[in-house]
Design a protein around this ligand. Sequence first.
Ligand SMILES: Cc1ncc(COP(=O)(O)O)c(C=O)c1O
Length: 450
Amino acid sequence: MPATAKPAAREAAPRAPNDLQPYWMPFTANRQFKAHPRLLVAAQGLHYTSIDGRQVLDGTAGLWCCNAGHAHPRIVAAIQAQAAEMDYAPAFQMGHPKAFELAARVAALAPGDLDHVFFTNSGSEAVDTALKIAIAYHRMRGEGTRTRLIGRERGYHGVGFGGMSVGGIANNRKFFGPLLSGVDHLPHTYDRAKQAFSRGEPEWGAHLADELERIVALHDASTIAAVIVEPVACSTGVLVPPKGYLRRLREICSKHGILLIFDEVITGFGRLGTNFAVDYFGVMPDLVTAAKGITSGTVPMGAVIVRKGIYDTFMTGPDYAIELFHGYTYSGHPLACAAGLAALEVYAEEGLFEKVRALAPYWEEAAHSLKGLPHVIDIRNIGLIAAIELEPIAGQAGKRAFDAFLSAYQQGLLIRTTGDIIALSPPFTVGKREVDEIFGRLAAVLKETR
Ligand SMILES: Cc1ncc(COP(=O)(O)O)c(C=O)c1O
């Protein structure tokens, strides 16, 4: 863009305050949106209010994050009080009590010796932080050749260069050059012919973890730092791991001295009815990334939870020296910490994770009741997550589900789509009545979707 373009723009007529053009929206069809805006102006409990005054049932907890429901009074009050008491404290060489308190609370929720927490501001930053810690950890131990990272096809680990590189979604990668070098990918775990309409973990597919042995043989274990996977690959359309798959990955990583990272940005903080997916599957990784639910989506925050041995490996050298040259201005931001502490209290006091566990069988039945509706070629579920996959329109991939999304929104239901897959993940405060409402409305939409 030539430097001369700017003055001309400045002389242009002033824009109306509600001009939609200047905002370049993320992961959005900007032109379609600006021609037909969908603006939300308020949120309370399980509902958004649209700008035209309609109530919209939140079938997606915002973006898989508002687990405690919207505008929970306890969380709102905590954020307000913190903003008035102390807006910000420097994150480097200084601290504030709530960051330590929240780290201790998160560590207490995490199983085993996953007991040190590094704060970030998003899932993407958590992933890039975890990858950096993994590589630096090996170097600290004198195995500096271990720099390769192994991700998985159809994985989503955010949009930083690290996360994109280990991620496996072509559109998120192909525009952005060669990405990180020294990255390889496991195959994804989905095969519709073998798994369609599975309830929970599919029976078929554990053997796909053995592909890691092939990758290790190709590169040699001495060059590999870490494997990163989402225990449940959510953003790519809810790919539930086959029974035994994650355990097998763990075994192979341990055998070859490779760190295993579980990206729990969505599954962390109760989405499966347990604190973490680690607990659900009973498989212990070395690092866990989290975000979203840590503050119930109210203030941006992410976290990397690491096992004690990893933290301890860095705690060497003179005690005045910085041990890890990494961090963000807003790591452990006071507002985020206040929101996080309040969210964890709400989860515990209202028994929201137990509620997810209790509701999961009803949720599963309701989701699978859509089998047989037009265009439905698969339904998958686990915890309080479900996906309904539609047959794509020939030559127009993604259009059928996008049309269903627009129609659902008009009918007062917020769903999320990725390609031709509809994903559902409501706040944990839903009851059976709202579950019926979600699937009832979605069934009506699907019956009319062409
Ligand atoms: C598994 C996983 N990792 C990372 C991210 C990126 O998180 P953020 O959008 O907060 O950067 C997401 C977001 O959906 C995610 O699902």
